[in-house]
Design a protein around this ligand. Structure first.
Ligand code: MN
Length: 203
């Protein structure tokens, strides 16, 4: 059985200060993200036992757990490298061209992504994804981690708007947290993800 593992943060816990605070990063990475890894592995273990016993009576609940926890793990694994202490400003090169082509301008994209993240109902994510069927970028919301996706669209830039991502520093002001996020976006990482996704799609 393949197991999920918690990836290390690609920078120090305090590296994104003052935009994202150290205590939030410690709890968020070490406790919350670890819990999704553990939850996904627990679901995989239950599935292995089901195969051995032939008793699949509980499969619906287990697959619900797997979708929630695996999606949580995978989105956080993109979220950490999507940020950098050297981040911010605007994307360059082919990513900048694709954003302008698909959204009109970077400013239009930024407003749309911020609105998407700000408008998530309850806990979830704002997502910029590449949809290979139409070769275009989409903004999406995820409720919790797994609801409202476009199947097959690959997340390139994700913003966690669960309260655990911002409440210690920003309390109920999700908008201020979203505004701060733009100061740490690692655009070269986003550009590399777009390049890989388009290559995989044969575009
Ligand atoms: Mn989170």
């Amino acid at each position: 059985m393949v197991k999920y593992e918690l990836p290390p943060l690609p920078y120090d816990y305090a590296a994104l200060e003052p935009h994202i605070d150290e205590q939030t990063m410690r709890l968020h990475h070490d406790k919350h993200h670890q819990a999704y890894v553990n939850g996904a592995n627990a679901a995989l273990e239950k599935l292995e036992k089901m195969r051995q016993s032939g008793d699949y009576a509980a499969i619906k609940a287990v697959l619900r757990d797997l979708a929630f926890n695996a999606s949580g793990h995978l989105l956080h694994s993109i979220f950490w490298p999507n940020m950098s202490p050297q981040g911010g400003a605007e994307p360059q090169g082919s990513l900048a061209e694709k954003i302008s082509h698909d959204f009109g301008s970077f400013a239009d994209f930024k407003a749309q992504f911020s609105a998407a993240a700000g408008g998530v109902e309850g806990s979830g994510w704002g997502i910029l994804a590449y949809e290979p069927n139409s070769d275009q970028l989409l903004t999406l919301q995820a409720e919790k981690h797994q609801n409202l996706t476009a199947q097959g669209a690959r997340p390139l830039l994700v913003l966690d708007v669960w309260e655990h991502a911002y409440y210690l520093k920003y309390q109920n002001n999700r908008g201020a947290y979203i505004e701060a996020f733009w100061n740490v976006v690692n655009w070269p990482d986003v550009a590399a993800r777009l390049e890989a996704a388009r290559r995989a799609a044969g575009r």
